[in-house]
Design a protein around this ligand. Structure first.
Ligand code: CU
Length: 447
């Protein structure tokens, strides 16, 4: 048994992390995964280059596939020009390893290296991405190519598929654009796995196959709708967690940071487009070709019928069986800052870093009452915990476990979670601009 295994098995993960960061990582055991952050000229289509920052010279970064519960060491070398940090989205890990400076994880200075060491849990489709501030600089933070998929393999593999693919959505070259009342971000290009429609190797399938799609929306601010022309998708998991009621749909909607696992039975031989259902986004590049064996020709697109996204069908019909110990009301509002400026966002009337840190107690179950008083939809994310969605706009539901939830404008959503991972936990809107302009707060509790 090596030192890491010994310490982890003795519940001393924090002590191990402290030792690790005190020593330069080249003096230790080799890392399981190495990520190098560096500028990248990414060719999204022949002759079309976006200047960004990425992991290991590629977009997305390498897929990290790792068995649930097996400790992992990840060395991150920052060869960019600014301090960086990597957040492990959806994992139940300690605050100092979670990759949020607000929670006490360190920034990695330009030129420096840091070792993240933790035990990946829970099983399912997680991801990793930069958690750096962007503010007015739309070439930083989530606007860059710093994201990748992290698949934590369950102890028993369900295996009800023949082939699986991970696909990441992203938008590039952000600029400020006036919306109804304020400024939002818009983009020049949209890609799947860092390439525009028509410039990937097609996804090759065979008739009768069950294709498992792992979709991640890694956009800094946009919701995306995805369909596979001619096919239906059966959603089996959201944010990596199996849904109580797997449901067939014509298109899926993913808010920023959301993930959907969907199984498609390949029953329509042909050459098809998997892409954004809205034409301007497909034209901007968000699509990839799916090609059956022995089929050729121009990739076909079929408009899916217009659908409204509703989380409810995927949940269990019953309302929450367990009542929370405490309710926490959170009101979200924006403050207008004049034409040409981004709004400032508030939670209960205060903007981060002035928001109140809410003290919790280990073992108690809390209900976050997310009251969206603004007209914008917000993808709300809680770090280091999984929550259960317990009501949407007044309608009760249960069994839907997520770490990001899109709360539409002028609605209220409720989510419950158990305080079972002590330390500091960040709660924020996953729209990079919203979070940078105040839409963040912290929870804290001790063991
Ligand atoms: Cu927001």
């Amino acid at each position: 048994m090596d030192r890491r295994t010994f310490l982890a098995q003795n519940g001393a993960a924090l002590a191990a992390a402290a030792l690790d960061s005190a020593k330069p990582s080249w003096a230790q055991t080799p890392a399981d995964v190495k990520l190098e952050i560096a500028p990248l000229a990414l060719e999204i289509a022949p002759g079309k280059v976006v200047r960004t920052v990425a992991y290991n010279g590629r977009v997305p970064g390498p897929l990290i596939r790792w068995p649930q519960g097996k400790p992992i060491a990840i060395d991150v070398l920052n060869r960019s020009t600014i301090p960086e940090i990597v957040h492990w989205h959806g994992l139940w890990i300690p605050s100092n390893m979670d990759g949020s400076v607000e929670e006490g994880s360190p920034m990695i200075a330009a030129g420096a290296q840091f070792r993240y060491a933790f035990t990946p849990n829970p099983a399912g489709f997680r991801w990793y991405h930069t958690h750096a501030f962007a503010g007015h600089n739309l070439k930083r933070g989530a606007y860059t190519g710093q994201f990748g998929c992290f698949y934590i393999e369950p102890k028993g593999d369900p295996g009800a598929y023949d082939q699986e693919v991970f696909l990441t959505l992203h938008d590039w070259n952000a600029y400020m654009s006036p919306s109804d009342t304020s400024m939002e971000t818009a983009y020049d290009y949209s890609t799947i796995d860092g390439r525009m429609l028509g410039y990937h190797d097609p996804i090759k399938v065979r008739e009768g196959q069950r294709l498992l799609l792992h979709l991640l929306n890694a956009s800094a601010s946009l919701v995306h709708w995805i369909a596979l022309a001619g096919h239906e998708l059966t959603v089996v998991a959201m944010d990596g967690n199996p849904v109580p009621t797997p449901t067939r749909v014509r298109a899926v909607r993913l808010g920023p940071a959301e993930r959907i696992d969907a199984v498609v039975t390949m029953t329509q031989p042909g050459v098809w487009i998997l892409g954004e259902t809205r034409e301007p986004f497909r034209k901007a590049g968000m699509g990839i070709v799916v090609e059956y064996a022995n089929q050729q020709g121009k990739p076909q697109w079929i408009e899916p019928p217009e659908t409204l996204w509703d989380y409810q069908p995927f949940a269990s019909a019953q309302s929450a069986t367990r009542q929370p110990d405490e309710m926490i009301p959170l009101r979200f509002e924006s403050k207008f800052h004049g034409a040409g400026n981004f709004d400032t966002w508030t939670i209960n009337g205060k903007s981060y870093p002035k928001t109140d840190t809410i003290m919790l107690r280990q073992g108690r179950r809390y209900r976050l009452q997310m009251i969206n008083r603004s007209t914008d939809d917000h993808p709300l994310h809680l770090h280091r915990h999984t929550f259960e969605v317990t009501s949407l706009d007044g309608k009760p539901l249960s069994g839907l476990n997520k770490d990001v939830l899109v709360v539409p404008g002028k609605t209220t959503a409720e989510v419950d979670f158990t305080a079972n991972n002590p330390g500091l936990s960040l709660f924020h809107c996953h729209n990079q601009t919203h979070m940078d302009f105040g839409f963040m707060m912290l929870f804290r509790y001790n063991s």
